[in-house]
Design a binder for this molecule. Structure first.
Ligand code: NA7
Length: 541
């Protein structure tokens, strides 16, 4: 009953990963007709594409899943503390089948454009299909558009090259090869020990050293699993109302007032627990430079202890940025010890930058590294890349990429002014990318589905943020970030990894709980900051 007349479907959802699967399920349950477009030939999103050796989720598996379905929860048991890529992909395939979602999805189909005209979204795909829809919902992910640096003569290289997020399904034969890995972010750190095991020789091209904390992965026994499932509701509730979408408690508020021994003991305890639990040692780690320096120095010392050659150790020790100002990476299998191997070389490309690719390999200002295979672990055009890859046009011909030329502007990370009935899951200025994703995704999806249900019940056809509400949300996001240590690092949080990208801090850094409560408050106040309407009038300015 759209006032603009005929639509083909009620909602188009782009992407069939964690977000798109749950979104389409919720909408179908509300009785909406849904079309999902997915560019891969299968479900899985991130976990379809990131098949590189060692790919694993840094969130613990018992909370890296959906909570909405009692049945799905009972029918699935994770095998390890941290889930490996093939297991997560199996899980998402299982969910898609269990909920019979595949029938909604058009695979191997990319959305090229979405245009709001005549009161509806007209969505065009790369196979030339055009569909009219009331709602246009992006579930494209925030770390999904791979970034490959434009090195000089990149195509001159005679060997093979791969980006970790476009790893071939059939795998890559690294046995006996001279392999170069560019990048030492979360991905590079997972990958490097695995490649070292297979390659004849590995060269790691490091621009910025990182603080990798041991994940302490292990198999999950049936007993452990039973204990988790017995306490599942409580664990999940704690995760929902937490800082990072993880049910962990802070050890201490700050270091002030503690003795050196107490500080060391707290850090050592959390370091032994591993993973993101380490970030839960002192609550002010990302706010207070003094606490942060203590934590950072603790980690630097750990690196020095693990690397035999002191010169190599110093190259691996980060001093340019405080711990946590970039996404903290996890070490699963002896990242630092890998540099003790005879067949592994650390190339410091901060000191001696890469000048060009050559037929034989990679040339830096210091040497020519002869290589058979180069692996780009160089990350993503994060948070906006996949969204902006679609040509999205809103009211009055406004173009999303133009509106966002100086940085993205959303309200709650969920909607964009000037773009009625567009929703973004894990969008810019949402806390998702700083959190355990499924917790944030379920919250976003539930909020959107509840909103659409409300619109239907009240007879509203359109929803759109008011410009001043978006403005306020962006300022609030920036103000929070300014109180933290994020500005001390050149990170993808700030668009710094992609040349030419606007330098703005993009995730909402106030935490999952604060965000959830704000979203709830907005609803309680009758969708405060949004304009809801029965027909298409521009929102009141
Ligand atoms: P990241 O965290 O963006 O890491 C990319 C790495 O690639 C990082 O070490 C970069 O160095 C390096 N890089 C990027 N461009 C270059 C050039 N031109 N030369 C040398 N080195 C370069 O991506 P990941 O895939 O590891 O992780 C992304 C997120 O996915 C992760 O945080 C999780 O949330 C999941 P830099 O530090 O910029 O000097």
């Amino acid at each position: 009953s759209n006032d603009a007349g005929g639509t083909d479907v009620d909602a188009v959802v782009v992407g069939a990963g964690f977000s798109g699967l749950y979104m389409s399920h919720r909408l179908r349950e509300l009785g909406l007709s849904v079309r999902v477009y997915e560019k891969a030939p299968d479900v899985g999103g991130t976990w379809y594409w990131n098949r590189y050796p060692g790919a694993r989720c840094d969130s613990e598996s018992h909370i890296y899943c959906y909570s909405f379905s009692e049945e799905i929860r009972r029918e699935w048991q994770w095998t390890e503390r941290y889930p490996e890529q093939p297991e997560i992909l199996d899980y998402l395939r299982f969910v898609a089948d269990r909920l019979d979602l595949r029938r909604l999805i058009e695979f191997e189909t990319e959305v090229e454009s979405a245009e709001f005209d005549d009161g509806n979204w007209t969505v065009t795909t790369d196979d030339g299909e055009t569909v009219d829809s009331q709602f246009f919902i992006s579930a494209v992910g925030c770390l999904s558009e791979p970034y490959v640096p434009e090195f000089e003569n990149r195509d001159a290289f005679d060997g093979e090259w791969y980006h970790t997020a476009r790893w071939p399904r059939e795998g890559v034969d690294l046995d006996g090869k001279r392999v170069g890995v560019i990048g030492t972010g979360s991905t590079g750190i997972q990958l490097v020990p695995e490649v070292a095991e297979r390659a004849a020789h590995l060269t790691v091209f490091q621009r910025t050293p990182n603080y990798a904390v041991p994940a302490r992965n292990r198999p999950l026994s049936d007993d452990e699993w039973a204990e988790i499932t017995d306490n599942y509701d409580e664990i999940w509730e704690d995760a929902r109302f937490s800082w990072l979408g993880m049910p962990f408690e802070m050890k201490h508020a700050t270091t002030a007032g503690l003795s050196d021994e107490e500080i060391e003991a707290a850090l050592e305890e959390r370091w032994q627990e591993g993973g993101f639990r380490f970030l839960h040692t002192f609550e002010d780690t990302l706010f207070n430079p003094e606490t942060n320096e203590i934590v950072s120095e603790f980690l630097r010392e750990k690196i020095r202890e693990r690397v035999e050659d002191p010169e190599t150790a110093e190259k691996l020790v980060p001093t340019d940025h405080p711990y946590g100002s970039k996404r903290p990476p996890m070490d699963y299998n002896g990242y630092y010890e890998t540099f003790n191997r005879e067949d592994v070389t650390l190339a410091d490309v901060d000191e001696n930058p890469i000048t060009e690719f050559a037929p034989e390999g990679i040339r830096t200002t210091a040497s020519l590294y002869e290589l058979d295979t180069v692996i780009f672990a160089t990350g993503f055009d994060a948070m906006t890349g996949a969204l902006m890859a679609m040509d999205i046009r809103g009211r009055d011909g406004s173009v999303l990429s133009e509106e966002w030329a100086d940085g993205p502007r959303t309200y709650l990370g969920l909607g964009v002014d000037g773009f009625p009935n567009l929703f973004t899951i894990t969008g810019p200025q949402s806390p998702a990318v700083l959190s355990n994703m499924p917790v944030s995704i379920e919250q976003h999806v539930d909020w959107i589905a509840d909103c659409i249900e409300y619109m239907r019940a009240e007879g509203y056809e359109y929803i759109e943020p008011r410009p001043e509400a978006a403005e306020r949300w962006v300022s609030q996001t920036n103000a929070l970030a300014d109180q933290m240590l994020f500005s001390e690092a050149e990170s993808w949080y700030r668009g710094a990894n992609v040349p030419g990208k606007p330098r703005v801090f993009t995730p909402f850094p106030g935490g999952v709980e604060t965000y959830r409560r704000e979203c709830e408050r907005v609803v309680e106040n009758g969708y405060e900051g949004f304009e809801l309407s029965e027909s298409l009038d521009p929102p009141a300015q």
